[in-house]
Design a protein around this ligand. Structure first.
Ligand SMILES: *Cc1c(COP(=O)(O)O)cnc(C)c1O
Length: 263
């Protein structure tokens, strides 16, 4: 008999290795099917298991179940888990907004960073990385939905920003990242992903050196299939692997709060 979750309103399906492995297999099958529909090779699509709010003991089970690349939204949580799970053979991606004054933790712990969105932050990271004697793979976050409070650069500032980044030798641009509009109409969501791909192609046409391999970090539990159809090379999936989160998305994205009437 299964024991009932003791806290929170949501059932947590990911409480043992077998369930986590089944969830992971389900996500991988959906990635493969979406890649197939788009005539793409699924092996070119990276799956980041987003482990934010997931306790360390459950992360250990997920790694046993086959997760090798983990993503965290907040740098303090990443630093803690990176230290406490240092014995695991996994990589840690920082996927959320970073304050300039926390650049040091990111420079110390993150294997890559998906939310670069200001020159000030690039400068702060560069300084810390230089001291640490390492470089960092980065994705530039673009606001493709036009929601005013959303993190990320406006699309028309991207080329100028990428040009500025070339002076930071410690930052290796891998590509672009976005969060799509939270919209019941999948075509609006799809347009956000298509815009990110177009921006990548335009940057490449302008100067291939600006965008590195031109990866596209886009798609999460609710929309990763659409993102793959539009060219995603890295999906960031949390709840479809680990089960529903107790914290609302507004804890991570101001724009999610802004969609609530009266917020
Ligand atoms: C939480 C988060 C995700 C994953 O969201 P899920 O709904 O759990 O799949 C993806 N990207 C970012 C930036 C996140 O903060």
């Amino acid at each position: 008999m299964n024991s009932q979750p003791r806290t929170g309103a949501y059932p947590q399906p990911g409480n043992d290795v077998a369930v986590l492995a089944a969830n992971l297999a389900g996500v991988r099958a959906r990635i493969a099917a979406a890649a197939d529909r788009a005539g793409r090779d699924a092996s070119a699509i990276r799956l980041l298991a987003v482990s934010k709010t997931v306790p360390e003991d459950r992360i250990r089970l997920a790694v046993e179940a086959g997760c090798r690349e983990l993503g965290e939204n907040k740098v303090q949580e990443l630093a803690r888990k990176h230290a406490n799970l240092a014995d695991l053979d996994v990589s840690w991606s920082l996927i959320g907004h970073l304050q300039t004054n926390k650049a040091r933790d990111a420079a110390a712990c993150a294997d890559d960073f998906h939310a670069l969105d200001s020159v000030r932050l690039a400068e702060a990271l560069d300084r810390r990385l230089d001291v640490a004697g390492r470089s960092l793979a980065v994705y530039v976050q673009v606001n493709t939905s036009g929601e005013p409070s959303k993190f990320g650069l406006p699309p028309d500032e991207l080329l100028g920003f990428l040009s500025e980044l070339t002076r930071f030798e410690t930052l290796e641009v891998r590509g672009l990242m976005t969060l799509a509009a939270l919209d019941p109409d999948p075509e609006r969501t799809r347009r956000c992903f298509a815009l990110l791909r177009t921006l990548r192609d335009q940057a490449r046409d302008h100067d291939p050196a600006l965008i590195g391999p031109g990866e596209l970090s886009m798609g999460m539990s609710g929309d990763f299939e659409l993102a793959i159809e539009e060219g995603s090379t890295c999906v960031r999936v949390g709840q479809a692997i680990f089960g529903p989160r107790h914290l609302p998305d507004s804890h991570y994205w101001p724009e999610a709060r802004d969609l609530t009437p009266g917020a």
